[in-house]
Ligand binder design. Structure first.
Ligand SMILES: Nc1ncnc2c1ncn2[C@@H]1O[C@H](COP(=O)(O)OP(=O)(O)O)[C@@H](O)[C@H]1O
Ligand SMILES: [Mg+2]
Length: 249
């Protein structure tokens, strides 16, 4: 009789979120984090990487939009000293372009792949996948091919990946990159602003998780020192994912 060996989980270090994910993300999978600007995607990415460092797992942040200096400053507000982690050799920020990054994943001896090999990241965050769209003329087949290359390259390197992306409304007909990205990844996590009694709150939901059970509820969260603090499920509300809610009749 062969014992069933549970697959290794990589936690976010956020008790509520890890609970929703059955303990964390499965090693070697790719996860899409989707949400509007300012909702907390980069914060969640940094939380994932710093939680890994605490477990001795090196982490890489690939940023196409924010300069390392501003990321480091914002992270300090959240209680993370990225410079110190970098000095320990367990963390790196790469500020590059989608062209260069994609090219380096395909070329084994580029300067960037050198970094990949000295750091040997186990966790990687791509901030954000929206930037790959400008490599094509919005041809769905080409976009799909690019994301496919990206996801497969990260998996081939053995990394557990978070792909951050901006979407305003997942309930809209999915077009452009969103026609393929959610299907290429193993897990989809949504971050949403929701309006409740004329106040803005934040909500988080796990839409899908291949190879694992996950909780289907929509929970509230706040951003504070240490990252996302995930609270209780919203009860007695509907319309949460559309952003405008009302009480259930
Ligand atoms: N120390 C903090 N305490 C509370 N909120 C914070 C703190 N630092 C940043 N924020 C909030 O977190 C949000 C930043 O989210 P961010 O992760 O950059 O969003 P995204 O990447 O989705 O655009 C901002 O709305 C900011 O106001
Ligand atoms: Mg961001």
């Amino acid at each position: 009789m062969t014992a069933i060996v549970p697959r290794e989980r990589l936690p976010f270090g956020s008790p509520g979120l890890d609970e929703m994910l059955g303990g964390g993300l499965l090693r070697g999978t790719a996860t899409l984090i989707s949400g509007a600007p300012g909702v907390g995607k980069t914060t969640l990415g940094l939380q994932f990487l710093t939680a890994g460092v605490k477990m001795g797992q090196p982490g890489l942040l690939v940023s196409f939009e924010e300069f390392p200096s501003s990321l480091i400053r914002d992270a300090r507000q959240l209680g993370w000293d990225l410079n110190a982690l970098e000095k320990e050799g367990l963390f790196r920020i790469i500020f590059t372009s989608p062209e260069v990054f994609l090219g380096s994943l395909k070329t084994p001896d580029s300067p960037l792949s050198e970094t990949l090999h000295t750091l040997s990241p186990q966790r990687v965050v791509i901030d954000s996948t929206a930037h790959f769209q400008r490599l094509t003329d919005d041809i769905p087949l080409e976009i799909r091919e690019i994301y496919n290359t990206l996801v497969n390259a990260l998996k081939r390197e053995g990394m557990t990946a978070l792909l951050l992306d901006e979407t305003l409304n997942v309930l809209e007909i999915q077009t452009g990159r969103m026609a393929s990205l959610p299907f290429l990844v193993d897990t989809v996590i949504l971050l949403r602003y929701v309006e409740i009694d004329s106040a803005m709150q934040r909500a988080i939901a796990v839409m899908k998780m291949r190879g694992s059970a996950h909780q289907k509820e929509i929970r509230s969260f706040e951003i504070q020192k240490g990252g996302l603090k995930v609270g209780e499920p919203f009860t007695g509300r509907e319309g949460l994912l559309s952003g405008i809610t009302h009480r259930t009749a």
